[in-house]
Write a protein that binds this ligand. Sequence first.
Ligand code: MN
Length: 233
Amino acid sequence: MSQRYVFTPPSIVGVPVVGTDEQLPVHRIYCVGRNYAEHAKEMGFSGREDPFFFIKPADTLVVAAEQAPATIDYPTLTQNLHHEVELVVAIGRAGRNIAATDAHHHIFGYAVGLDMTRRDLQNEMKKQGRPWCIGKSHEQSAPIGWITPAAKLDHLPAAAIDLSVNGEQRQSSHIHQLIWNVGEIIEHLSRAWTLQAGDLIFTGTPEGVGPVVRGDRLQARVDGLTGLDLRIA
Ligand code: MN
């Protein structure tokens, strides 16, 4: 007899994979804090700290590709919703204690994502030494483009990453500016948690974060990946 539930379980969150009719089923979303030096500076920090992490629930994802733009609602409780454009790594094979040099065996692909942040709430929590959840993990806080399989990419480590709002460039950097690169992030993360197929890792944002308002159009891009196109309602 098949399992019965007291109500219908939520459906699996999936992200389309470029060039296929398949989706990556998402398990968890890990995010790296302050992973570009110029962004750390604009947030008031300097020096190389160990990478640190926070988590967004899988159902905060909103698929918003340039081929199929999406709209999110301006969230509650904030007067200062910020954009953070980030390279997203999709894990395809489980593992723990993964060495940086072996990390590529565990990577399924890459996408561009936005770590949308209620900055006023995050700053208040920082000040009080409290968790960041209310600033980082609200509904629709993780817009993402389609995933490009790693096997189809040549030059990702040198890729440009940028974000524009209403056609005006706000963030522009290169993936090689990451303080902790993708392999190192996976090494650190997989000591703390067992990575699972379907985990996504938002690798941190470069400098230039700032507020958006209702009606804004955000377009984000990492060279070699499909772009992201999002409106705020
Ligand atoms: Mn971020």
